[in-house]
Design a protein around this ligand. Structure first.
Ligand code: ADP
Ligand code: AMP
Length: 218
């Protein structure tokens, strides 16, 4: 299956992606995680992406698309994938469509939209904590680790992302509305868009997501 997860920052894409990808035995490909890894490790890609990420802007398409093209070329992505955070605008979606047709004679199986309102997104992002070691996300109120500041899964240190400051959160929500929201009409036209209510406990959202995806599982 070739799946795209879409929704505003903080909708729970990363949280759900880890469960969905593991249920369906496909790799989760998060462009945000790949960029953050490259920024942390001071690579050339990280150098190109850093200033845009700090401001909460999109990294330019040529940089992002080249990175995704490389990642989709890896062995584990040949039979399917779950994209989290890509595409983020219509030109990226057009490029992905062409790439799938050229390389695999394939189309996306389904695009799953996580629907959450803006107030909830702000609450989720302002309490988000991320593990430095395994990148698992936690929330100080909704999903707190047993020991403050320490990841239950791997014992790594939790940190607050620079772009989860209040001002940058507001800007990222604007960027979503202006650049990413039009993707929903694009994918509705392609007849691949389904939406689920992404509020409520994480496990309930996962159940709704799996129920919505079931008809597309081969
Ligand atoms: P995204 O990848 O869409 O930006 P994340 O998966 O990182 O979003 O989730 C943002 C924050 O919201 C995290 O702190 C996460 O723990 C929390 N979160 C995710 N899903 C839920 C949920 N269903 N209810 C409450 N908090 C959630
Ligand atoms: P995320 O982890 O998905 O919230 O992404 C964090 C940041 O990485 C975004 O605010 C962008 O700066 C950058 N980014 C992630 N995915 C993309 C994309 N598809 N296009 C452009 N920039 C992206």
């Amino acid at each position: 299956m070739r799946i795209v997860l879409v929704g505003p920052p903080g909708a729970g894409k990363g949280t759900q992606a880890q469960f969905i990808a593991s249920h369906l035995a496909i790799p989760r490909i998060s462009t945000g995680d790949i960029f953050r890894y490259n920024v942390t490790n001071h690579t050339e890609l990280g150098r190109k992406a850093r200033e845009f990420m700090e401001r909460g802007d999109l990294v330019p398409d040529e940089v992002t698309v080249a990175m995704v093209r490389d990642r989709l070329g890896e062995d584990d992505a040949q039979e399917g994938f779950l994209l989290d955070g890509f595409p983020r605008n219509v030109p990226q979606a057009e490029t992905l469509k062409k790439l799938l047709l050229q390389e695999w004679d394939a189309r996306l199986s389904v695009v799953l939209e996580l629907v959450v309102d803006e107030d909830e997104v702000v609450r989720r992002l302002s309490g988000r904590r991320t593990c430095r070691r395994c990148e698992r996300v936690w929330h100080v109120l909704y999903d707190p680790p047993a020991r403050t500041g320490i990841c239950d899964d791997c014992g790594g240190e939790l940190f607050q992302r620079d772009d989860d400051s209040e001002e940058t959160i507001r800007h990222r929500i604007e960027v979503y509305a202006e650049q990413t929201f039009p993707l929903l009409a694009f994918y509705a036209d392609e007849n691949v868009l389904i939406g689920i209510d992404a509020t409520g406990p994480v496990e309930e959202v996962t159940s709704r997501a799996m129920a919505a995806l079931r008809p597309f599982v081969r």
